[in-house]
Write a protein of this length. Structure first.
Length: 321
């Protein structure tokens, strides 16, 4: 089920109905926003059968980062060997009217994999369509992007999130519908996770409360917190672990400041004295909150796309607050 994104879905439907299908597409947007669901449903409509990640059909191909069977952890990249295998299968004649290939987390293709895919994008096999799903299309080579049609997905409005929470989990959430929708911050996939697993929601609440306490503390507390979350991340990398990942912690930070920003925009004239022990940003103006949010987004991008030392990078972030 796709929630929201009506403009994007209308466009994709019009392209399909008008026979204007390009050979390559990029569905770009934040994690758990509905990109993959949209891609699978669109592929199903074009092919005439239900397509899923594990669908075994000669006309449907699905590729994603490999997962370690012992730990359940993603390898963190899509390799050139995976892309070569995919291209070999794409070259086979379709059983029906066309072949559709979906590459999930395409932004995790390494350089060699992207270079390998480029030739196929330049000279696609006949009767084929490829969809690259990426959190940020800017992490793909410009030469890859230039050969694809890009459809961008974004966060859903709070009203749609609250409606979804009420529809799929009214008994389990009760009066928490609004809070769960706020914690999900426009990500329907995240909301579904929370409704299916209340313990996950509890962990996120604890993590946000801890963060709010740390940013009101002194630099020593901030540095101790940076060490704690990066040390825990190292432990999670070694074995399967249900604790919140560093990427999720950074998402919690961003959601925290997005909510503060919305509050500030609704009350732009507020300049109230800070209360001892409170979130020091809670009563700041929209400009300062927006600036801090941008710094967190920059931090998140740096940690996801470079080999920067996580602990030192987070410490530098805290020093710059």
């Amino acid at each position: 089920m796709i929630v929201g994104h009506s403009k994007q879905l209308r466009y994709l439907q019009a392209v399909k109905d008008g026979g204007l299908l390009s050979h390559a597409w990029i569905f770009s947007g934040p994690d758990k926003i509905g990109k993959k669901t949209a891609a699978l449903e669109w592929a199903s409509e074009i092919l005439g059968f239900s397509a899923g990640e594990k669908t075994a059909h000669p006309d449907f191909l699905f590729t994603a980062p490999l997962v370690d069977e012992k730990t359940g952890k993603s390898a963190g990249e899509i390799t050139v060997a995976q892309i070569r295998e995919l291209i070999a299968k794409m070259a086979l004649a379709p059983a029906g009217k066309c072949k559709i290939t979906i590459i999930d987390s395409a932004h995790l293709m390494n350089e060699e994999a992207q270079n390998c895919l480029l030739k196929t994008l330049e000279e696609p096999p006949g009767a084929s369509l490829m969809i690259l799903i990426a959190e940020n299309d800017r992490r793909l080579f410009a030469t890859v992007r230039s050969r694809c049609q890009i459809v961008r997905f974004n966060f859903l409005p709070q009203s749609e999130m609250e409606k979804l929470a009420g529809e799929i989990g009214p008994r389990s959430v009760g009066g928490e519908t609004k809070e769960i929708a706020e914690m999900s911050f426009g990500r329907p996939g995240r909301l579904v996770d929370f409704l299916k697993n209340p313990e996950e929601l509890k962990k996120w609440r604890v993590a946000e409360k801890e963060f709010a306490g740390v940013i009101s503390g002194d630099l020593a507390q901030k540095f101790a917190y940076a060490k704690k979350i990066t040390d825990e991340e190292k432990e999670k990398m070694k074995e399967a672990d249900a604790r919140i990942t560093l990427n999720e912690i950074l998402e919690i930070w961003q959601n925290h400041f997005r909510r503060l920003l919305l509050e500030a925009l609704n009350d732009p004239q507020r300049v109230r004295p800070l209360l001892k022990g409170s979130d020091p940003f809670k009563n700041f103006g929209a400009q300062k909150i927006a600036g801090t949010l941008k710094k967190i987004q920059t931090l998140d991008f740096e940690l996801r796309t470079t080999n920067a030392h996580p602990r030192l990078t987070i410490e530098n972030f805290f020093m710059d607050l």
